[in-house]
Design a protein around this ligand. Structure first.
Ligand code: CP
Ligand code: NVA
Length: 309
């Protein structure tokens, strides 16, 4: 049986395919319990600290509500209020918080901040988004695809847009779960080379294919899922204007989705910029599952917390 107690959840790269599958199955089961009104409170008396150095709607609310539903308590810790904001080190913060808490979730800029925090902490650390990755979102997204399509292996996901944190985690999930993945980004905005190398390694074991190119139509051809994300992520707002120019042929719209399978799912982690990376017609259309994804953040993260805390 899969045993994850005490583990960090920093990247899907650290998790074996069967561990990710286990978390997805657990998320589906916790969702069923939740809908049926069955209480499941394995984390009574436990606490999760949530450090936010960037804004959040979904991550904050889903972790806080999820922890409450599991019988525990979550604390919202904004960077502006913590002593981190005045220069206390990540190391001392991690050591201190570990004396009070049973787990720490952090949303920050540099990925190495999470690594440093996890190294110094004596409790499990969860990555709530960095500039490099967003594994909680990817886990919820594969849960969503699994629920909608009944399987994962052999499906094709197309990602159109910026080679950012979101595509890194989706790629890693695909590689581990045997999902075929095609990326189309403008030149200069490709996914990180080291992440692609790690993904290829996992993909070789599961049989997933990974294709990175610049042509959105080619990526979307015959796809079961079309995914996009904002062109300028948090921390990159100053590049908004130049990115609008670089990405102008990368909008997911009615013209582009014609190349996908008829029953394709449209996905977006949110928040979205309607009329930029996606047309209103597509994001609000019948193939869009954006709010199922948002909902599944709750269930997927409850699975992670129940498993590791
Ligand atoms: N998708 C996501 O992580 O949303 P928030 O930034 O609102 O948490
Ligand atoms: N790529 C986006 C995801 C937000 C959930 C960002 O980092 O801003």
């Amino acid at each position: 049986a899969v045993q994850l107690r005490g583990r960090d959840f920093i990247g899907l790269v650290d998790y074996a395919p069967e561990e990710i599958q286990y978390l997805i199955e657990l998320a589906v089961e916790l969702k069923r319990k939740n809908k049926a009104g069955e209480a499941y409170q394995p984390l009574k008396g436990k606490t999760l600290g949530m450090i936010f150095e960037k804004s959040s709607t979904r991550t904050r609310v889903s972790f806080e509500v999820g922890m409450y539903q599991l019988g525990g308590h979550a604390l919202f810790l904004s960077k502006n209020d913590l002593q981190i904001g005045r220069g206390e080190s990540i190391h001392d913060t991690a050591q201190t918080l570990s004396r009070y808490l049973d787990g720490i979730m952090i949303r920050t800029f540099a990925h190495r901040t999470v690594i440093e925090l996890a190294r110094a902490a004596t409790v499990p650390v969860i990555n709530g988004l960095t500039d490099l990755s967003h594994p909680c979102q990817a886990l919820a997204d594969y849960q969503t695809i699994y629920e909608k399509k009944g399987r994962l292996q052999g499906l094709k996901v197309a990602y159109i847009g910026d080679g950012n944190n979101m595509v890194h985690s989706l790629l890693m999930g695909a590689a581990k779960l045997g999902v075929n993945f095609a990326v189309a980004t403008p030149e200069g905005y490709e996914p990180d080379g080291e992440v692609l190398r790690q993904c290829s390694e996992s993909a070789a074991k599961t049989g997933a294919t990974i294709h990175v190119g610049a042509d959105p139509k080619e990526a979307v051809a015959d796809a079961d899922v079309i995914y996009t994300d904002v062109w300028a992520s948090m921390g990159f707002e100053a590049e908004q204007k130049e990115r609008e120019i670089a990405f102008k042929n990368y909008q997911v719209n009615d013209e582009l989705v014609k190349y996908a399978k008829k029953d394709f799912l449209f996905m977006h982690c949110l928040p979205a910029h309607r009329g930029e990376e996606v047309s209103e017609g597509v994001i609000d259309g019948p193939n869009s599952v954006i709010f199922d994804q948002a909902e599944n953040r709750l269930h997927a993260q409850k699975a992670v917390m129940a498993a590791i805390l």
